[in-house]
Design a protein around this ligand. Structure first.
Ligand SMILES: Cc1cc2nc3c(=O)[nH]c(=O)nc-3n(C[C@H](O)[C@H](O)[C@H](O)COP(=O)(O)OP(=O)(O)OC[C@H]3O[C@@H](n4cnc5c(N)ncnc54)[C@H](O)[C@@H]3O)c2cc1C
Length: 427
């Protein structure tokens, strides 16, 4: 009996889980290929919500999708594990050993073979080697880090409630992550005030540090200005052209020599691929460690290896590391791979269709940009429509992965849960 073609997807984030689900529903269901997803965690989270999990304004137990359950429903296989290197000659990925929460060894390191390999392992913040950052800063690049930040945030708030004065938080990076986190932390304090030991909530001093001349540089200038005004209105201190030269246990030092004191220090600037890409054989990488791909999303070195989402880089036409790009690339490969495999047809280039961008500052305000040349003719929308638009992106993602009826049930169950549970994480 002939062996099934092995399609291996590494990383079940925005791009990887969408691709595994779509290929599972087609090639997997028809028994035409074996689709396997590997991820270092057991469940998927919608990364654009990580700042809400970090602030505690979203309860992430409801927002996780189990890889095993998704695999069973959509005809693919899932294995937990962290890919640590590749052997391109043998066409196999090498997985590190898997340990339990108590540190005991669960699975020895192992290898998994592929005929086609799709890498979608995302990205993390880039500290550009700034001294002290890795030792003294918190990151919110994944659920573990977002939860870790939330634990520290709640404990420091408790300390302040108990009489230790104001809580100083400094966030480096005025992109969407840092800007949205600043607003969400302010919202968290307001919500925590509703459940607070019969005391006035402590003062929260949030400082947002951006090296460039304006926050939200990927958005039009008018959005940057409006977002800055909104943050300042709620009491966030915004410092632009503020280049951080070092971090220590007391705060950040800026290039001009000034010091920003902070009990909690968050690094949310820059984007780079996870370190592991350096161990991916001799695959060509960008300066930030992303896998260099052609517009077809095939590695420039190996047509059997694809990369999509944040961990990929198209040298001739670089795209921003956003969920929109990751999603469109996954859809493209889901359409192209069957014919590439069975009819030996070339993969056609993936053309990014910019549908605009949205940023939401908690409950306070939001802005969306529409691409020029659409029926809307380009432009900016704001307020409630932008905030609802941001939420709609998440719901769209859920419906895509769950299907329409389960997606709607999930929205309903979130709504019921919001009636039962406090709207802020308290434990
Ligand atoms: C706080 C925050 C807010 C954001 N807000 C927005 C927004 O509003 N709009 C927007 O468009 N984008 C936003 N982004 C960016 C967006 O989340 C990313 O562009 C998107 O998630 C990229 O998708 P991806 O599939 O490439 O990677 P990810 O979604 O990051 O998924 C990567 C997956 O790979 C797994 N993985 C990593 N390494 C390995 C390994 N070695 N072995 C096995 N598995 C591995 C991870 O566990 C993860 O499941 C935000 C990002 C952050 C951090």
């Amino acid at each position: 009996m002939s062996r099934k073609f092995e399609i291996l997807i590494v990383g079940g984030g925005v791009a990887g889980l969408a691709l595994a689900t779509r290929l599972g529903n087609t090639m997997g269901r028809q028994g035409k290929a074996r689709i396997t997803l590997i991820d270092k965690s057991f469940s998927h989270v919608w990364k654009p919500m990580l700042h809400c999990f970090a602030a505690g304004t979203a309860q992430n137990e409801n927002d996780r999708i189990s890889f095993m359950a998704q695999a069973r429903r959509h005809h693919f296989e899932f294995w937990p594990g962290e890919v640590i290197s590749l052997d391109r000659e043998k066409k196999e990925t090498v997985l590190g050993p898997l340990y339990g929460a108590d540190g005991s060894l669960v699975l020895e390191g192992r290898t998994v073979k592929y005929d086609a390999l799709i890498l979608s392992i995302g990205s993390c913040a880039n500290d550009f080697g700034t001294p002290g950052v890795s030792e003294h800063c918190l990151f919110i690049d994944n659920l573990v880090e977002a939860n870790g930040f939330n634990e520290k945030f709640r404990m420091e708030l408790l300390r302040s409630y108990a009489g230790d004065g104001a809580l100083d938080i400094a966030i480096v990076g005025g992109g969407a992550t840092g800007t949205q986190l600043a607003a969400e932390l302010h919202k968290a304090l307001e919500l925590a005030g509703l459940h607070s030991f019969s005391q006035t909530p402590p003062v929260l001093n949030i400082t947002l540090l951006e090296a460039g001349p304006r926050i939200l540089p990927a958005f039009p200038e008018e959005v940057s200005q409006a977002a800055r005004q909104e943050l300042e209105r709620i009491g966030v201190r915004v410092l632009t052209s503020a280049m951080v030269s070092g971090a220590d246990s007391h705060g950040f030092t800026l290039k001009d020599g000034s010091h920003i004191p902070a009990t909690l220090r968050v690094w949310a600037a820059g984007v780079k691929a996870p370190e592991v890409t350096k161990g991916f054989g001799d695959l060509s990488l960008s300066r930030s460690g992303q896998i260099l791909v052609k517009p077809t999303l095939q590695s420039v070195d190996d047509p059997a290896i694809f990369a999509m989402g944040d961990c990929s880089y198209i040298a001739d036409d670089p795209l921003p590391p956003t969920a929109q790009v990751a999603r469109q690339q996954a859809h493209h490969l889901a359409r192209q791979l069957p014919a590439w495999l069975y009819d030996k047809r070339e993969i056609s280039p993936c053309v990014f269709n910019n549908k605009g961008a949205i940023v939401a500052l908690g409950n306070y305000n939001g802005w969306g940009t529409l691409p020029g040349g659409t029926v809307f003719g380009g432009g900016v929308f704001k307020g409630l429509s932008a905030r609802l638009g941001h939420l709609a992106l998440y719901r769209q993602h859920q419906v895509e992965l769950y299907g329409v009826s389960r997606g709607l049930i999930s929205c309903f169950s979130d709504w019921v849960s919001s009636l039962v549970n406090p709207s802020i994480r308290l434990h």
